[in-house]
Design a protein around this ligand. Structure first.
Ligand SMILES: NC(=O)c1ccc[n+]([C@@H]2O[C@H](COP(=O)([O-])OP(=O)(O)OC[C@H]3O[C@@H](n4cnc5c(N)ncnc54)[C@H](O)[C@@H]3O)[C@@H](O)[C@H]2O)c1
Length: 371
């Protein structure tokens, strides 16, 4: 029997738009999803960009105005992969139209706007999901299970980092990522390691951060040498304390020369430790310290770690970044059909955004800030 179809509307066709489109296209071949996604309508900044994207990514129709997409009756899920400043207006319109909203991180440009989005979604009773795709890694899920089962004893410390090099060159031009409204390394990639810290060890209680702009100016765009000042952080280092009492540190850094995807963390406990980096995303390292046998053991991802087996029946063949988005979309479709609860939703993403702002406030005040 043919599955019911579900209409997908995607806003934005850049790096993440392509990743979302790929996930919606391939999910039903890998997962037993309740409905078959139909790539119905794509919106971009103008008609030409949208038409080109529709052809390249397999959408039936296109529009240069996201409002048209959100109002379209054939759309059930609105996926937002446009620049951060557009997340709030698009999400509010989609919520008002009763659509499920799947938004990229960071949820918005300020915690206040993120809270408004969360409250609007709650009031309307619509399903929301936010693209913290790194949480979908089976190795990260395994780490959470190991911690919850007490296999490393009582957790004593956390050291987390999201470091990449894509802004290390001072001649990389301004973009939405350096927009004073909600830009900066902390909001852009710090949001990922904050969401990871919360997923593994629970809510944070207080933070003390140092935010630093490394490159004072950047070209205003890719087609000019004219430069303007940078008002956001290139790197932030923070001390953190969880509600559980566990303490640690966290770094967000997009000027980290030599690092390409170091979303990494190490968690110590009274009887063991865990370590992970997204640069080797198919491995989790576990230390259990048997006398004379101590040292990290490398656990290799395989079908024993669901949903790895949905992609491949053999260990060692490896999942990739785009596969995490496919897993995320499978979970979105299950939640849309009422089979599960969506997570991380807007409320969780608001908590992440609140943490980003607490760190920025701590930097300004030069003191600890409670959350
Ligand atoms: N989850 C992740 O791992 C991850 C990775 C990268 C980016 N992101 C997030 O995804 C979002 C997009 O980032 P990106 O790297 O894809 O950016 P991008 O610049 O590659 O793509 C942005 C897209 O939005 C389009 N756009 C701009 N104005 C628009 C408008 N008015 N209406 C419709 N479309 C418009 C652009 O033309 C482009 O197609 C950001 O919020 C970013 O933080 C998430």
């Amino acid at each position: 029997m043919r599955k019911p179809e579900i209409g997908i509307g995607l806003v934005g066709s850049g790096f993440m738009g392509r990743c979302h489109a790929n996930a919606f296209r391939s999910v039903s071949g890998l997962f037993d999803v309740p409905a078959e996604p139909r790539l119905e309508l794509i919106a971009d900044a103008n008609d030409d960009l949208a038409a080109h994207a529709a052809q390249a990514l397999g959408f039936a129709r296109s529009t240069g105005d996201w409002r048209t997409l959100v109002a379209d009756d054939a759309i059930d899920i609105v996926a937002i992969t446009a620049p951060n400043v557009l997340h709030a207006p698009i999400a509010h319109a989609a919520i008002a139209a009763g659509k499920t909203v799947y938004c990229e991180k960071p949820l918005s440009t300020t915690a206040a706007l993120a809270l408004e989005m969360t409250e609007a979604a709650d009031a309307a009773g619509v399903i929301t999901m936010v693209g913290f795709n790194f949480l979908r890694n089976p190795m990260v899920k395994l780490a959470r299970e190991i911690i919850a089962a007490g296999e490393i004893g009582d957790v004593t410390g956390f050291r987390g980092r999201h470091a990449e090099n894509y802004m290390a060159d001072p001649d990389v031009p301004h973009s939405f990522r350096t927009d004073p409204q909600g830009g900066g390394a902390l909001a852009d990639i710090g949001s990922h390691i904050i969401s990871m810290a919360r997923y593994l060890l629970g809510p944070l209680a207080e933070v003390q951060a140092d935010c630093r702009t490394v490159h004072a100016t950047r070209p205003m765009s890719s087609d000019t040498d004219q430069r303007s000042s940078v008002e956001v952080d290139d790197m932030t280092h923070a001390l953190i304390r969880f509600e559980s009492g566990v303490s640690g540190s966290l770094e967000a850094n997009w000027a980290a020369t030599a690092r390409t995807m170091d979303l990494s963390w190490e968690i110590t406990g009274t009887r063991g430790a865990l370590a992970f980096t997204q640069e080797r995303m198919n491995e989790l390292r576990l230390w259990r310290g048997a006398p004379g046998r101590s040292g990290y053991t490398r656990i290799e991802a395989g079908p024993a770690h669901p949903p790895y087996g949905a992609f491949c029946p053999a260990p060692g063949h490896h999942l990739g970044f785009n596969d995490l988005k496919v897993i995320e979309v499978a979970e979105l479709l299950a939640a849309h059909a009422g089979h599960s609860v969506c997570s991380p939703d807007f409320r969780e993403a608001y908590e992440v955004q609140r943490t980003v702002e607490a760190m920025q406030q701590s930097h300004r005040l030069r003191q600890w800030v409670a959350l």
